[in-house]
Write a protein that binds this ligand. Structure first.
Ligand SMILES: Cc1cc2nc3c(=O)[nH]c(=O)nc-3n(C[C@H](O)[C@H](O)[C@H](O)COP(=O)(O)OP(=O)(O)OC[C@H]3O[C@@H](n4cnc5c(N)ncnc54)[C@H](O)[C@@H]3O)c2cc1C
Ligand SMILES: NC(=O)c1ccc[n+]([C@@H]2O[C@H](COP(=O)([O-])OP(=O)(O)OC[C@H]3O[C@@H](n4cnc5c(N)ncnc54)[C@H](O)[C@@H]3O)[C@@H](O)[C@H]2O)c1
Length: 525
């Protein structure tokens, strides 16, 4: 369980301050001795605030002509032969975010005649309002942080004149990257002949749906299988009024026309942590934030700031989807699914030929998880049973330095060990002795391995340090492949590289058996 403590945190910038709520079921200590929470979806009781206007409906002019043409192209280019069983398509995906996109590409590879319905713009949250623009901004703030850190620069023997930035130039970098990736995604769908159908997709009944503006011009289509990939929107707690200027969500923060001098960030999950890297300038009117004890609801303090970023989680987006037409009730907004992403109806029965992937099912609200779930579903509808092991999916928070993790946290591993009757051991190593990290003057960081000493199974790995987001993949691949510590510790790492941190971590583990292949393939979560 997470404990609920509110506090204010002074950022390294002399002018910036963030109000951050954090959780105590931590896995890694940060340099400021805060404990970093497990970064998993919170069990909020808050009602989702879903804004229909977030789906801007694109024009449908000339759509049916384009659709017919694309069918011809699809046939020529190999987007499946005409669908079997008299359906318009083998597979229709509702939502062209990263989840839908990943599923569509894999479906074409499997020879399925595929269409994707999008009510706004291709790329969804990640490309247009999430991962992509936020990482472009973080690339800038990271450089600014470095250039402004005189001590750091001097340690390299460098002298740098006062660093400054052009707000519009920074914004252009983020916008240009988002539009480049959006075009790449759109082009890849077109190149493979996937039909991109514009408008809001609504399920009408089993294997039947419509798309369009929601008027009489809507087109009805049939599909052997349907995937819901409608994503999520910011979740704003009741009582907070978002105006898009001084009280904002990440959607606005990525497009803000000014940089507030003082900003309070409510929520210290992924978004709160990543956005607290933005070095602010000056503008705006004071916003008052009341800090209350999350348990007793007693007022504790009031903050006056120029803007407040509400980063308190995301709510699944299922408006207009027509779930009522197939007797599906959402659970706290999420579409209920089993381990194969098959949708479960209000009576607990599987809805035939209907799947839900990505943020809308709430299993793991990450871009690569959405895409992996999509690929897994396509494998199933193509006749290959496939269950995705969510414990092998890495997660990364792009702070400076980065934080990454895969598998179980130590408390989760201990709970599992107690239930199943095995021992848990911990190994830790630091970046302090790593030559590459020291050459970069970035020796602050650590890596932690949670494992079974009886058979060498890797239960979890957590890294905090330079390029942690890239380093985690050695561990996540090992978990996915069922590779044991006694095998991976013989893998050779180039010197001097940061990857030697993991090499040292695996070598420092004390496994009681020395034979390889003693780890059973992990049971998917
Ligand atoms: C600021 C921010 C930063 C993030 N950074 C990262 C990161 O670094 N790494 C990471 O892994 N994840 C990150 N995420 C999370 C990531 O963006 C999501 O997990 C991912 O986008 C989910 O993909 P999806 O395909 O499920 O949904 P989405 O990307 O939300 O796409 C859903 C699509 O469906 C469309 N749609 C909805 N309803 C309908 C309908 N009825 N008919 C037609 N179309 C419809 C929407 O318009 C949208 O385009 C970030 C999120 C945010 C907000
Ligand atoms: N690097 C990445 O992969 C990345 C980056 C950004 C977003 N995301 C995804 O987007 C999702 C949304 O991100 P997020 O940071 O908004 O959500 P989150 O669930 O990661 O964190 C929300 C935080 O807000 C806190 N909170 C909730 N209500 C509050 C209140 N009233 N006052 C104070 N604190 C409160 C919660 O306890 C929690 O710690 C994440 O779940 C994540 O999956 C991923």
């Amino acid at each position: 369980m997470q404990s609920a403590i509110s506090l204010s945190l002074h950022s390294p910038s002399p002018v910036a301050r963030s109000a951050i709520r954090y959780s105590s079921d931590a896995c890694l200590p940060t340099p400021r001795s805060l404990r970093f929470c497990g970064l998993r979806r919170e069990a909020f009781d808050l009602k989702a605030s879903v804004d229909a206007s977030s789906l801007r409906i694109a024009r449908l002019n000339l759509h049916s002509k384009r659709s017919n043409l694309s069918k011809v192209f699809a046939a020529l280019k190999g987007n499946g032969a005409p669908s079997s069983g008299g359906f318009d398509y083998d597979l229709v995906i509702i939502g062209a975010g990263v989840g839908g996109h990943g599923a569509a590409l894999h479906a074409v590879e499997k020879g399925l005649k595929t269409a994707i319905i999008e009510g706004d713009v291709v790329g969804g949250t990640c490309v247009n309002r999430g991962c992509v623009p936020s990482k472009a901004l973080l690339a800038v703030s990271g450089r600014m942080r470095e250039l402004q850190n005189e001590h750091h620069m001097k340690s390299f023997g460098l002298q740098v004149a006062a660093a400054g930035y052009d707000r519009q130039g920074v914004a252009d970098h983020a916008n240009n990257l988002a539009s480049k990736i959006r075009n790449n995604l759109t082009n890849s769908l077109k190149a493979l002949g996937v039909d991109i159908l514009t408008g809001v997709g609504t399920i009408l009944g089993p294997q039947k749906l419509k798309y369009g503006k929601g008027d009489s011009g809507d087109q009805v289509i049939t599909a052997k299988d349907i995937i819901i990939a409608t994503g999520s929107v910011p979740l704003v707690p009741k009582g907070i009024e978002v105006d898009g200027k001084s009280v904002i969500t990440s959607d606005h923060a990525l497009k803000l026309e000014f940089v507030p001098e003082w900003i309070a960030i409510v929520g210290s999950g992924y978004i709160g942590l990543e956005f607290s890297d933005i070095t602010p300038a000056k503008d705006g009117k004071p916003v008052q934030i009341e800090l209350i004890d999350a348990k007793t609801k007693e007022p504790k303090d009031t903050l006056e700031v120029d803007a407040a970023l509400i980063a308190t989680g995301r709510a699944p987006f299922t408006q207009g989807l027509g779930l009522e037409n197939i007797n599906v009730q959402t659970q706290r907004g999420f579409v209920p699914v089993d381990e194969r992403m098959r949708v479960i109806d209000a009576n607990g029965k599987l809805v035939p030929h209907l799947y839900c992937i990505g943020d809308a099912n709430g299993k793991m609200m990450l871009a690569h998880a959405a895409s992996a779930q999509g690929i897994s579903v396509v494998e199933q509808v193509s006749g290959n049973d496939h269950v995705l092991n969510h414990l092998s999916i890495p997660a990364a928070c792009f702070t400076h330095p980065e934080i990454s993790m895969v598998g179980l946290t130590e408390p989760q591993a201990r709970e599992k060990a107690e239930k199943e009757g095995f021992e848990v051991s911990i190994a830790k190593t630091s970046f302090k002795a790593n030559t590459k990290a020291l050459a970069e003057n970035e020796g602050e960081g650590l890596a932690k391995l949670i494992y079974r000493p009886d058979n060498g199974e890797i239960l979890g790995v957590h890294i905090f340090g330079l390029h942690a987001a890239d380093l985690i993949h050695e561990a996540s691949n090992a978990i996915a492949m069922g590779t044991s510590i006694q095998d991976i510790k013989f893998a050779v790492h180039a010197h001097p590289t940061l990857s030697e941190v993991l090499d040292e971590l695996f070598k420092s583990a004390k496994v009681k058996v020395s034979t390889s292949n003693t780890v059973a393939k992990p049971v998917p979560a």
